[in-house]
Design a protein around this ligand. Structure first.
Ligand code: PLP
Length: 348
C-alpha cells in the first residue's frame, strides 16, 4: 500500500490465480490446462507470423479469427466477439451488460473471478446456493436481476446443466442477459451457441485455453446477438483496440479449423478423466459427476487442505479452495495417463 493509491484501489479484492510453479519437475494438475500441446497446424501458422510484419499493428477486429469461429459454429461473424482470454471477454461483459441496479445472480460455488469483476465495476450481486448435489436449481433464479452468469459445466464442480435446462432458464429470464461461460463445454457438454438465434438475451463465452490447449496464447470469445456483441466492441474500443496480437489471431483461427486434432485430444482427455475417476473412487474418494477436464473430489477420512499440502511435497499440485462449502474438496485437472498415475501413486 502507498499514499498514492486511490481509495478504489485500496478496496479492490483481486482474483488469486492458481500457482504457476517455476519448478518444471512438478506434476501440474492445478489450473485445468490441457496436458497435450496445441494443434501442430496452429503452431506452424504462428511460426509463419513471426516475421517483419510484427512492426505493424494486428487487425483490431481479429476478423480472421471471427470468421473461423463463425464457420465452426454456423453463425455470422457479427455474432462473434474475441478477446485476450475469456477473462477479458468476461470483464467487458460485466462492464457493459450487468450494471442495471438489480443484483447480478450467480451460483455460490462458481468461478471465483465473478465477484472480483463485480467489485471492480461496482455491480451488486447475489450468490444463489447450489443444491445438496452441487447442481444449479433454475427455479432459484426466478427473482429480479440485472443478469445471470454461470459456468457450464460449472467450475470448480465440473457438473453440467443439460441444454434443455439452459433453455428453460433463458425462457424464464427474457428481460435480462444470461451468460453461459462454456470454458469447459468441449469435454462433455452441448454448447448453447445453437440457441443464440432464438434468444437475444443469450451470450455464450468460450476459451481456447482448455480444449484447444492455448492457455499461453490468451484467446477467448463470446457468441450472441449482434447488439450484445456491439456493446462489447464499444467497451473494447474504449479500453484497448488491439487485445489480440498477430500470432494469437492466426493461431486461434487455425486451432478452430483443425477439427481433427481438437476432437482427438478432447476424446483422449475424456477417456483419461473416466479412468481417473474410477481410480480415485477405488481409493475411497467421492467424485462429483464431471463433464470438464477436471474433477472435484473429497475423501471422507482425509482433510483436503492437508492432502493438497502432502501431495505438493511429493511433487503433485492440485487446487484447494478455502471457501467453507467446498473446503473438503480437491479440484484435480485431468492429465495424461502418466500424470494421473503419478497422482494415484502419491496418494498411495
Ligand atoms: C469458468 C472459467 N471461465 C473462464 C476462465 C478463463 O479462461 P481464460 O481467461 O484462460 O480464457 C476460466 C479459467 O480457468 C474458468 O475456469
Amino acid at each position: 500500500m502507498s499514499r498514492f493509491w486511490s481509495p478504489f484501489v485500496k478496496d479492490l479484492v483481486p482474483y488469486v490465480p492458481g500457482e504457476q510453479p517455476k519448478l518444471t519437475k512438478l506434476v501440474k494438475l492445478n489450473t485445468n490446462e490441457n496436458p497435450y500441446g496445441p494443434s501442430p497446424k496452429a503452431l506452424q501458422a504462428m511460426r509463419g507470423e513471426l516475421n517483419d510484419n510484427l512492426r505493424l499493428y494486428p487487425d483490431p477486429n481479429g476478423d480472421r479469427l471471427k470468421q473461423a469461429v463463425a464457420e465452426y459454429y454456423g453463425v455470422s461473424a457479427q455474432q462473434v466477439f474475441v478477446g485476450n482470454g475469456s477473462d477479458e471477454v468476461l470483464a467487458h461483459i460485466f462492464h457493459g451488460l450487468f450494471q442495471h441496479g438489480a443484483p447480478l445472480l450467480f451460483p455460490d460455488v462458481s468461478y471465483s473471478f465473478y465477484p472480483v469483476y463485480c467489485g471492480l465495476y461496482g455491480i451488486p450481486f447475489e450468490q444463489v446456493a447450489l443444491d445438496e448435489q452441487f447442481q444449479i436449481r433454475i427455479e432459484d433464479y426466478a427473482k429480479p436481476n440485472a443478469g445471470i452468469i454461470f459456468p457450464n459445466p460449472n467450475a470448480p464442480t465440473g457438473c453440467l446443466m443439460p441444454l434443455d435446462v439452459v433453455e428453460q432458464l433463458l425462457q424464464a429470464n427474457r428481460d435480462s442477459v444470461v451468460v453461459v461461460d462454456e470454458a469447459y463445454i468441449d469435454f462433455g457438454g452441448e454448447t448453447a451457441i445453437s440457441l443464440v438465434d432464438r434468444y437475444d438475451n443469450l451470450l455464450v463465452t468460450q476459451t481456447l485455453s482448455k480444449s484447444r490447449s492455448l492457455a499461453g496464447l490468451r484467446v477467448g470469445l463470446a457468441v450472441g446477438h449482434p447488439d450484445l456483441i456491439d456493446a462489447l466492441e464499444r467497451i473494447k474500443n474504449s479500453f484497448n483496440s488491439y487485445p489480440l496480437d498477430r500470432m494469437a489471431i492466426v493461431g486461434a483461427a487455425v486451432a478452430f479449423e483443425d477439427r481433427e486434432y481438437f476432437e482427438q485430444t478432447c476424446r483422449t482427455v475424456i477417456d483419461s478423466r473416466e479412468a481417473l475417476v474410477a481410480q480415485l473412487q477405488a481409493k475411497g474418494f467421492e467424485v462429483l459427476p464431471s463433464a470438464a477436464n477436471f474433477i472435484f473430489a473429497r475423501h471422507p477420512q482425509q482433510d483436503a487442505a492437508a492432502l493438497a499440502a502432502r501431495l505438493r511435497e511429493q511433487g503433485v499440485i492440485v487446487r484447494h479452495f478455502k471457501q467453507a462449502r467446498i473446503a473438503q474438496f480437491l479440484r484435480i485437472t485431468v492429465g495424461t495417463p502418466e500424470m494421473n498415475q503419478a497422482l494415484i501413486d502419491a496418494l498411495g
